[in-house]
Design a protein around this ligand. Structure first.
Ligand code: HEM
Length: 117
């Protein structure tokens, strides 16, 4: 169960970063559906990855006790910002270059936090 959600968390990551990278050479950069749905996927799967173990429903790995709440808090805030930027940005006329760049950068920062923190 835990690993299945983690797989979805990686698919969400692929969606938001993939949606960003694929527009690298486009003149009309913007928030595409892959970025919006990837952000929402990260929010939902991330909260499940935290909530299910913390309430004792699943065990991520042998000897797990708790996540680093500082790391989770930073990832959650960044993901909320990403999601708001995606919802606001997609309503603007193209190009939505600032929204596109901010969502891509914050998502890659979240990957770095996930791996190095
Ligand atoms: C754009 C948003 C996000 C990205 C790109 C992202 C990326 C990642 C990556 C790459 C991993 C695997 C790390 C590893 O196994 O070493 C991971 C794991 C995890 N993520 Fe996220 N994440 C995002 C949002 C969130 C959110 C919003 C939460 C919770 C509120 C969250 C909670 C977790 C947890 C609990 C794990 C497993 C434990 C860990 O490795 O820290 N993530 N995430």
């Amino acid at each position: 169960m835990y690993n299945a959600i983690l797989v979805l968390h990686f698919i969400g990551l692929a969606s938001v970063v993939g949606g960003f990278l694929v527009q690298m050479r486009s003149a009309d950069k913007g928030v595409n559906p892959a970025m919006l749905h990837g952000a929402l996927t990260q929010l939902v799967t991330g909260l499940l990855l935290v909530g299910l173990p913390e309430m004792g429903a699943v065990v991520p790995y042998e000897g797990w006790e708790s996540w680093d709440h500082g790391k989770i808090a930073v990832k959650l805030v960044l993901t909320l910002v990403i999601t708001v930027l995606a919802f606001v940005g997609r309503k603007k006329p193209l190009p939505q270059k600032g929204f596109w760049a901010a969502i891509g950068a914050l998502s890659i920062i979240n990957v770095i936090i996930a791996v190095f923190w």
